[in-house]
Design a protein around this ligand. Structure first.
Ligand SMILES: C[S@@+](CC[C@H](N)C(=O)[O-])C[C@H]1O[C@@H](n2cnc3c(N)ncnc32)[C@H](O)[C@@H]1O
Length: 256
């Protein structure tokens, strides 16, 4: 399909999303299937309608951002966080600053609250959670999940932190209150600073190598010395030393 280059420019001007930072083949394939599904002839006519039609724009952003998530995704890695990494973070900071970047519909930051509650009272926990997709953040705020999303959680945690509502699981208010959700674009917006732990999982895979490299530098700057970056299971950093990060355990990197 012709016209992707100028579509990228127009989308950037219109939404602030820079499609050039995402792997092109994958992104083009997704957008083109959306264009055909909506019966547009090409990029140009699709964009003209996107500008006018809020639902279409929302569908576009939703489709683009792939919000798949689950509680305690890749449980073995969360076990490492709980048993090895968190105790050493807590030795340095009594109230660690934790950022769940690209948190999607909330499963990741809520998992963090449950994990931290093994070490401290709920009221002392504060998780910063961000995503580019306001639709995902709204769902996170509603906090209603199906059974599949909770499959990796210990049954005791499901009982303690959720209210059963028919086929759904509602995250309890006391968990929700400990998470501050905010819209944030990892490619454009300022990163927080002084973080003890940053969790950024299952989003880097969508970005080009150049973009990843810029982001690893920014994550480095966002961490305290000794702070830890936790990445997704297919997202190991090649030569982390380039970013002044030291491998601690597989999928965990420490700022020197
Ligand atoms: C597959 S989900 C990952 C959710 C969670 N971190 C996990 O591992 O289960 C990817 C998320 O990245 C978000 N995302 C994509 N591009 C982004 C960007 N430029 N800035 C912030 N978030 C972004 C999407 O909206 C989506 O919610």
């Amino acid at each position: 399909m012709e016209g992707y280059e100028s579509f990228k420019t127009k989308i950037y001007q219109f939404t602030g999303i820079n499609l050039s930072s995402y792997k092109e083949r994958q992104m083009k394939r997704r957008i083109e299937s959306l264009i055909s599904r909506n019966k547009f002839s090409g990029y140009e006519s699709y964009f003209s309608e996107l500008k006018k039609n809020k639902d279409l724009l929302e569908e576009f952003i939703n489709y683009l951002t792939i919000n798949v998530s689950e509680f305690r995704r890749n449980p073995q890695q969360w076990d490492v966080l709980e048993k090895d990494i968190m105790p050493s973070i807590l030795q340095k900071s009594k109230k660690p600053k934790i950022w769940s970047a690209a948190c999607s519909t909330g499963e990741e930051p809520y998992t963090l609250v449950m994990l931290m509650n093994k070490f401290m009272p709920l009221s002392e926990i504060e998780i910063h959670a961000t995503d580019i997709d306001s639709g995902a953040l709204e769902k996170a705020d509603i906090g209603m999940y199906n059974e599949k999303a909770t499959k990796n959680l210990p049954p005791d945690d499901v009982k303690r932190f959720f209210l059963r509502n028919g086929d759904f699981y509602q995250i309890k208010k006391e968990v929700k209150d400990q998470v501050k959700f905010k819209k944030h674009n990892l490619l454009e917006d300022k990163y927080p600073d002084n973080c003890d732990l940053i969790i950024c999982r299952n989003v880097m895979i969508y970005f080009t190598e150049d973009t990843k490299s810029v982001m690893y530098h920014k994550f480095h700057d966002a961490l305290k010395p000794g702070g830890v970056l936790f990445v997704g299971s297919t997202e190991q950093i090649i030569m982390p030393n380039r970013y002044k990060l030291t491998p601690l355990k597989t999928f965990f990197y420490q700022k020197k």
